[in-house]
Write a protein of this length. Structure first.
Lengths: 143, 143
DNA sequence: TCAATATGTCACTATTTAGTGACATGAACG
DNA sequence: CGTTCATGTCACTAAATAGTGACATATTGA
């Protein structure tokens, strides 16, 4: 399993709100599987275990066995890791992307409060040709 | 659409590696849909548009129309927002969770490097009873 | 040993999502 | 006009995922 796949497992695991809730429950301290089942009334035990499996695969939950008990521990490291990586990966580009964004955008009500202002410089693109033929062209920066 | 649902849209949108790649491509600056189709050789145009729709729903991509062209802009705000919120939401618990974790864990090779050390204090849990009956019990902290 | 309990596994259905081709719309431009 | 091309929409199939009940395993303690 390469790094990118592991990365993807974490994203996939975090994509589900039920699993994020499970992580929430474990944030205060480890719980047994049965504890979690009791806590999440809408889910059957098998379902909880399946979600836990996904979290374990992503290394977001680590288990410790004690007799017939299984204690589930939250491992927060991959979360911070993925956030750090994703944000830092884009942090420079983000500043410019925010710049590109403003000026002329169909500003939605929510977007309006979330977007900064600066310049917009589209990339010049389009090399290969698939079924959709295309030619070089350059849009106005500030119509 | 409540805040939690919007939150979920962002997670769901980011869960797919193709969509993360699309965001990567837009990080350098806006691209038209056709540009993106040309860039992602393995995807058909309809597929690219569907992924873009998901990103637009999550407000991760904002579009600007210019004649018959559609320019897709990355909006990095929700990413930072979700990372900030998720991390800060757990930041205190995380320190303690990391504490809970070490001591006695079936340390996997990858986990070993990602986990800190301190104390482990399981929660006392288990209230309701579903099909799985359960009684109160408390595991050893450090076996 | 035997019964209760916690967890593990299997087989299956239902829902969602990915992915595609065909056709529709609408601006650009001769 | 009418053609070209970027984009939009629809209908459909295939694959992945959520979710469940039934049964299996294994530990605990009377």
């Amino acid at each position: 399993m390469n790094e990118r796949d592991k990365h993807d497992l974490v994203w996939k695991a975090l994509a589900d709100s039920t699993r994020r809730d499970l992580l929430d429950a474990l944030a205060a301290g480890p719980l047994s599987t049965g504890d979690l089942v009791a806590k999440f009334d809408s889910l059957c035990r098998t379902n909880v275990m399946k979600h836990l499996d996904v979290l374990v695969q992503a290394n977001l939950v680590v288990i410790r066995r004690e007799g017939r008990m299984r204690w589930n521990y939250l491992n927060p490291v991959p979360i911070q890791r993925i956030c750090d990586r994703w944000v830092s990966k884009h942090v420079k580009k983000m500043a410019s992307a925010l710049g590109h964004l403003k000026d002329h955008i169909e500003v939605s009500s929510t977007t309006a409060q979330q977007v900064d202002k600066s310049s917009a410089k589209p990339q010049t693109q389009r090399a290969k040709q698939k079924q959709t033929k295309a030619r070089k062209r350059k849009p106005q920066n500030t119509p």
